[in-house]
Ligand binder design. Structure first.
Ligand SMILES: [Fe+2]
Length: 203
């Protein structure tokens, strides 16, 4: 079994977390490191989301390799070499498709954290529709991991995270413009995942 150290480069924290990793995760981590490993907080956030995803997979009973790989890749659309439309979930998914990644991974990246609401506002729904919008516990877990890790990689309350993003992006941002739909959606995801996490473990 491959073990991935989460410490890399000048932006890393002193604390190290080693995670067991499957083949998709190993490849995804390499792609993410090559594209956003030097992007400061973007990398710290991604590292934190990957760690959170790896923790969630077991308790939620989902494919940990797929979930953790998608977590490593979810924000690669911010990297300059991937930017085409300027909408990072779509640009990330398109980059993965061009490089032969499974369509399910691309779909998870394309729709993470309520991307469909922003895509609709930006007139990008048709392009996003090239990808499967799976509405599964695994997809919810990716969004939950993203919404519970802040910009510097620290764990945060999802409501605080959402408020911070709205504040940081400003009242005229796409996120703010779709808040009436995306906000309730993200709260519903949080409710579903936290409900599952609170259930007694199966005997
Ligand atoms: Fe993210």
């Amino acid at each position: 079994m491959t073990v991935i150290s989460l410490v890399r480069g000048p932006h890393e924290r002193a604390s190290s977390v080693a995670l067991p990793a499957g083949p998709l995760t190993v490849a995804a981590r390499q792609v993410a490191a090559s594209l956003i490993g030097d992007m400061g907080n973007r990398w710290l956030h991604t590292r934190g989301v990957a760690a959170r995803a790896a923790e969630l997979a077991g308790p939620l009973g989902v494919d940990g390799d797929l979930l953790t790989a998608a977590a490593w890749l979810h924000d690669i659309g911010y990297a300059e070499p991937t930017v085409v439309t300027g909408f990072h979930p779509l640009d990330g998914a398109d980059h993965l498709t061009r490089h032969g990644w499974p369509v399910r991974v691309a779909g998870l990246v394309a729709y993470h954290s309520g991307a469909r609401f922003v895509a609709a506002a930006r007139g990008l729904s048709e392009l996003l529709a090239a990808y499967p919008d799976e509405r599964t516990v695994l997809a919810d877990a990716l969004t939950y991991a993203d919404q519970t890790v802040g910009p510097s990689g620290l764990r945060v309350d999802p409501a605080a995270r959402y408020a911070e993003v709205l504040h940081r992006h400003g009242p005229c941002s796409w996120n703010a413009l779709v808040d009436a739909d995306r906000g309730p959606y993200l709260r519903a995801v949080t409710g579903r995942i936290e409900h599952l996490l609170a259930l007694p473990a199966a005997a």
